[in-house]
Design a protein around this ligand. Structure first.
Ligand code: FE2
Length: 354
């Protein structure tokens, strides 16, 4: 409403002329301030992210430079962010929720934290198997759970599939993260979908029988244990090995990782990090713009490559990932894996995954 339409609401015959002008000016000023405030708000979005890589911030800055939309970032552990959003309810300042792993995206969707956002750009840029069929979340980067081998202890050629990790020949040589690792849960869900519950159960049993060391709580120490010969083989995400090879954690880790052989099981289990618009977002249009930017071939490549992840399509230009060589994904969709998470955890418990 502008100053002129405001004026038309009042009858100048009934009000003193000076009083009317003062009232009109005050009202117009108030409306003007409210409009400006609304516009300023429209140019800022809150992002809660379970990714915690410094390189992500550069991508958010690029997004702001392109669109004028500022990003207020809160980074924390995925599950803590999910709990925080639930507690904040409609008062949450978050517009976008970024999570790592299909199982967590599926969990957030089940809890009703996302608002389905149809977007032609996202349907074009995010492959079908890497997004929610209801449009609640979209994959942004890919990571592969691979086998690392210490060639002094195990012949790399003896590992071709995940099933090979259950072979009795690896008794006392396998290192695993514990079953609380969502990465392992998604891998088990993936194998249940591909091979059926019975085959997946005997595979888990076989691997558990091969485990030598106490289980690990993160991928990096597990890589070091394989590199140091405490174990002959282990299961980790590609980007942890790539980070070490890039020298991010020092020359000793770089040399250690260089002695390992990275084996991509064929076919390989591919997981994602992804994002959705928060249900209570006050600015869903700006929120979806950010997700579109991060999923686009230009924005998404940066988001993935800087953290040594794979972009949504192809291998990208990261020299370390190029050195790893090509892999063949197993085609299990992120949505299928997410839906199978609870059953996977039960199967791991029932078959002794520590
Ligand atoms: Fe990770």
């Amino acid at each position: 409403m502008n100053r002129f339409s405001m004026t038309s609401l009042f009858n100048p015959e009934r009000l003193g002329c000076t009083a009317l002008l003062a009232l009109t000016a005050t009202a117009a000023l108030a409306i003007g301030l409210r409009t400006e405030a609304a516009q300023a708000q429209a140019q800022e979005i809150g992002v809660y992210s379970g990714r915690h890589y410094n390189t992500d911030k550069q991508l958010y800055q690029q997004f702001t430079a392109r669109t004028g939309i500022k990003v207020r970032l809160l980074e924390a552990k995925d599950d803590a962010l999910i709990e925080r959003l639930r507690a904040e309810g409609k008062n949450s300042p978050a517009d976008v929720l970024v999570l790592v792993d299909a199982a967590r995206l599926d969990k957030a969707a089940d809890l009703g934290l996302f608002r389905p956002m149809p977007s032609a750009a996202l349907l074009r840029d995010v492959p079908l198997s890497l997004r929610d069929s209801k449009g609640r979340w979209y994959g942004l980067t890919r990571r592969v759970r691979v086998v690392i081998v210490n060639p002094k202890l195990v012949a790399p050629g003896s590992i071709r599939t995940y099933a090979d990790l259950a072979k009795p020949a690896l008794k006392g040589k396998l290192c695993l993260r514990d079953r609380r690792s969502v990465y392992n849960q998604s891998l088990v869900a993936d194998q249940m979908i591909l091979r059926g519950d019975a085959a997946a159960a005997s595979w888990v049993k076989g691997m558990t029988a091969n485990v030598t060391k106490p289980v690990f709580t993160s991928d990096t120490p597990l890589i070091r244990a394989v590199g140091n010969g405490e174990c002959g083989v282990g299961l980790v995400n590609t980007y942890y090995v790539a980070r070490m090879l890039a020298g991010d954690s020092g020359a000793a880790d770089q040399a250690l990782a260089g002695r390992l052989k990275v084996v991509f099981p064929d076919p390989a289990h591919v997981n994602i990090s992804g994002a959705g618009v928060v249900k209570t977002s006050s600015n869903p249009q700006a929120a979806v713009k950010l997700i579109e930017f991060l999923a686009s071939p230009s924005g998404g490549r940066g988001y993935a490559e800087a953290n040594n992840e794979y972009p949504l399509r192809g291998t990208g230009n990261n020299p370390i990932l190029k050195r790893f060589g090509p892999f063949r994904g197993d085609g299990v969709s992120a949505e299928q894996m997410g839906a199978k998470n609870r059953a996977a955890v039960k199967l791991m418990e029932a078959n002794g995954w520590p």
